[in-house]
Design a binder for this molecule. Structure first.
Ligand code: ADP
Ligand code: MG
Length: 706
């Protein structure tokens, strides 16, 4: 099998400096062939923090992405090459390593606010499904899984049956090793995703579960590892070989030392565990980097077991070191870079993951055996050089005669697997057919005349068929028809969504006017929230999955505004105040504006699509008219033959042009749809987060009051 041997690619990404942060001193040199990052530590700091007299540290990377690097660039340079390998049948892994707050989640999943902030996972999904759609030579199947590892325990983030509100409610995933020492994850669900939209919905479900499972006590986001995996299998039609590949996208736990973050007391056990798990990762990496080490301690922790193939095994692996370069974090950044230098020494050997489907193989082999048997029989017959004997020839003549005389339709002429005999029979039969007034003629005349008749008939039918074909292709050009259907569905979806939203908005405003006129804050804020609220029901009309998910998401009863009465007036008011103070209203407003703009654009495009379609139909009508006219002319003037019609040709060309523009507008339209759905998911996320934050805040307030 094909194999690619390569060291792990290691990149660095520097997070933009916060507003109140003091910049640390560093410089980036991206000169080929050895890009490097130099960090300078003031002498006093170096003495105090690192206990080392060195001032300047230089680290080599595949490439360094400085503060201003945007998500699309990160995807194109880091993730796309890995995704390409995975599409070709190799395993791939991308993991982000760095201290808490340095941008791991931002890089792997993305920011929850802007569409342009979406990270490696959604972009990779989009890229992969695009590529799969383009390749019609193979049949592809895609699944995703999402695993969170916290305190050496695995949790399935994608199980839709569970209404998780705590991490312990999620299904527990355990490791099993088979006799070939392959790792299997028991209880981790593989969810099929047939397109980008389904995959994004699964990601959304997982991220929401991840968010909900986090509490101030477990601080899961900094102490757990999350592994989003895309599983792809592909097969060429008719082939027994299946290619399977996996792409792990890993958001590791924060790499900071426990002592420095100052976590104390009973939290230490947990913190120590996280440290332990990253410590085991380091041990594995050190072992791998050493020459002639035979034992690699993969089994020490769940994470190293799961990633065993990705570290020094069958995988194309890439690491992104995320760095916060402000003064206070510079020593952690140096630790991260040191770790990265060791990782860069590890060699992986990625092999093409091909396996054979035994059932398909049997079918294929059976066919091959039959073919070979036939061929062998023919070949051995041919290889005999001697002529057929007089006696054999007479025997054959007799066989042929009985065969011809036999009226049984099941009778056959069996001369055995001898090419010479078969040939002789053919020649003999040919002679009989061509010889007039013989036995052959008498026997076969009927058949021959029938065949002649059917030949004429056949020609006629062929002509008719051609005509029908032309008509059919004229009226229902296959892909055009399909496009028409799909775009109609989308258009209706979008319009229905818009209408529902308008109606809901009006209703909300009215009901709020009636019900809660007591609280002026509610009134003031309601327009800004009503859009999000109307989102879920309307989106559900277009996304079945989303509906399933949102019903499986735990809803906080005290916040269920739909039922109104459940939340006490005080709590409700508090929520409104909290919302005003905590919600990033600028971003929400931004996104809402953007969403509206996109809807308008989609509507516009939809209208354009309709227009083009009407144009095409009009042109088709013209062609038909033209054909009828010409047919009528041909009837009244039979001497003139139907010839090439330049007018018709011109109409056809116009149709082709319109079709082209239809396809362009349509693909734009489809892109918009993906963006709109993503924006809706983002807003849903912000909303859930806000509710969750409020719940925490409220319960803390309540506790204090007690
Ligand atoms: P981590 O997952 O490593 O703990 P996060 O990804 O959560 O860190 O990042 C911490 C904060 O910094 C988040 O608010 C995130 O949006 C922001 N952030 C991180 N990297 C970037 C970046 N490259 N550009 C803009 N904001 C970023
Ligand atoms: Mg994170």
């Amino acid at each position: 099998a094909a194999m690619v041997k390569e060291t792990i690619r290691v990149y660095a990404r520097v997070k933009p400096l916060g507003r109140r942060q003091q910049a640390g001193s560093y410089s980036v040199d991206n000169e080929e062939p050895l890009p490097s990052l130099e960090i300078t530590v003031p002498r006093d700091l170096a003495d105090g923090f690192i206990n080392n007299k060195r001032e300047s540290y230089k680290f080599k990377f595949q490439k360094i992405f400085d503060q201003e690097a945007k998500q699309d660039v990160i995807f194109d340079s880091i993730a796309k090459p890995v995704a390409e390998c995975v599409l070709a049948g190799y395993n791939g892994t991308i993991f982000a390593y760095g201290q808490t707050g340095s941008g791991k989640t931002f890089t792997i999943t993305g920011g929850a606010e802007r569409y342009s902030d979406r990270g490696i996972i959604p972009r990779t999904l989009s890229y992969i499904f695009d590529q799969l759609q383009k390749d019609s030579s193979k049949v592809y199947t895609t699944h995703v899984s999402y695993l969170e590892i916290y305190n050496e325990c695995g949790y399935d983030l994608l199980d839709p049956r569970h209404e998780a509100s705590r991490m312990e409610d999620l299904p527990k995933v355990t490791i099993m090793e088979d006799s070939d020492q392959n790792i299997h994850l028991k209880n981790l669900s593989l969810q099929q995703a047939t397109n980008e939209e389904e995959a994004l919905n699964l990601l959304f479900l997982g991220d929401t579960n991840r968010m909900i499972a986090e509490t101030p006590m477990n601080q899961a986001s900094s102490r757990s590892h999350c592994i989003f995996t895309i599983h792809i299998s592909s097969k060429e039609p008719g082939s027994a070989t299946i290619r399977r590949s996996k792409l792990h996208l890993v958001d590791l736990a924060g790499s900071e030392r426990v002592a420095k973050t100052g976590i104390g007391g009973h939290l230490l056990t947990e913190a120590k565990y996280i440290n332990l798990s990253l410590h085991y990762l380091e041990q594995v990496i050190i072992a791998l980097a050493e020459k002639n080490r035979s034992h690699i301690p993969y089994r020490n922790s769940m994470m190293t077991s799961v990633l065993r193939d990705s570290l020094g095994g069958n995988c194309m692996t890439t690491m992104i070191s995320t760095l916060a370069m402000d003064k206070r974090n510079i020593d952690e950044s140096i630790s991260t870079c040191r770790f990265a230098q060791r990782v860069a020494l590890i060699k992986n050997e990625a092999v093409l993951n091909e396996e054979i489907d035994p059932r398909l193989m049997i079918v294929q082999l059976k066919k091959e055996i039959q073919d070979l048997k036939d061929e062998l029989a023919l070949v051995t017959g041919k290889q005999r050089t001697s002529e057929l004997s007089q006696e054999e020839l007479l025997q054959l003549d007799e066989l042929i005669e009985t065969f011809l005389k036999d009226n049984d339709p099941d009778s056959s002429l069996d001369v055995g697997a001898d090419m010479r005999k078969i040939k002789y029979c053919f020649v003999h039969l040919k002679q009989i057919i061509n010889r007039p007034m013989t036995l052959g003629k008498k026997l076969l005349s009927q058949d021959i005349s029938e065949e002649k008749y059917s030949n004429e008939e056949l020609e006629k039918l062929k002509g008719l068929l051609q005509q029908r074909d032309n008509e059919i292709s004229l009226w229902t050009n296959n892909d055009d028809c399909c496009l028409k259907k799909i775009s109609l569905i989308y258009l209706t979806d979008i319009l229905v969504t818009m209408l529902k939203k308008e109606k809901k908005k009006a209703q909300d405003a009215l009901s709020q006017l009636n019900a809660s006129s007591a609280s002026s804050t509610v009134l003031e804020l309601s327009p800004s929230m009503s859009l999000e609220e109307s989102q879920s029901p309307s989106r559900c009309s277009s996304l079945k999955e989303a509906k399933d998910f949102s019903s499986s998401l735990p809803r906080l009863p005290l916040l269920s505004r739909a039922t109104g009465g459940k939340m006490s007036l005080g709590c409700q008011e508090a929520f409104e105040v909290f919302k005003r103070d905590h919600a990033d209203s600028i971003t929400i407003e931004d996104n809402k504006q953007l969403l509206k703009q996109r809807f308008d654009e989609a509507k516009c495009l939809g209208e354009k699509l309709n227009e083009v379609r009407n144009k095409i139909n009009h042109l088709k009508g013209k062609i038909i008219q033209r054909q009828i006219q010409r047919a009528a002319l041909a009837v009244s003037n039979p001497s003139e033959e139907l010839t090439f019609d330049p007018v018709e040709e011109n109409l056809r060309m116009q149709i082709e042009e319109e079709k082209k523009s239809y396809k362009t507008v349509y693909s734009h339209f489809k892109g918009l749809k993906v963006e709109i759905e993503h924006l809706q998911l983002l807003m849903e996320k912000v909303k859930i987060k806000l509710q969750k934050d409020f719940e925490v805040w409220w319960s803390e307030k309540a506790k204090k009051l007690q």
